[in-house]
Write a new protein. Structure first.
Length: 75
């Protein structure tokens, strides 16, 4: 069953890339790099969360960073 989910994630990532990549012009090297990096990181995170669902997600990292700032600004 997990293989079907993995295949689904890979298909979605491939469709996103096939749809968006031709729309970017050759001069848009930074945008293409950012798109590729974010797509790969998103895919890795999706695969990891599929195999380890109890793993903390990115929102836990954001909460850990900003929670101390929230207590500082409350005072």
């Amino acid at each position: 069953m997990r293989w079907a989910f993995m295949l689904g994630i890979a298909v979605v990532l491939a469709i996103m890339t096939v749809y968006e990549w031709p729309k970017m012009k050759r001069e848009m090297k930074k945008e293409k790099t950012a798109f590729a990096v974010l797509t790969v990181l998103g895919g890795i995170l999706a695969f990891l969360l599929m195999f380890y669902p109890e793993m903390p997600g990115p929102t836990h990292l954001i909460n850990a960073i900003y929670k101390p700032l929230g207590t500082i600004f409350e005072k």
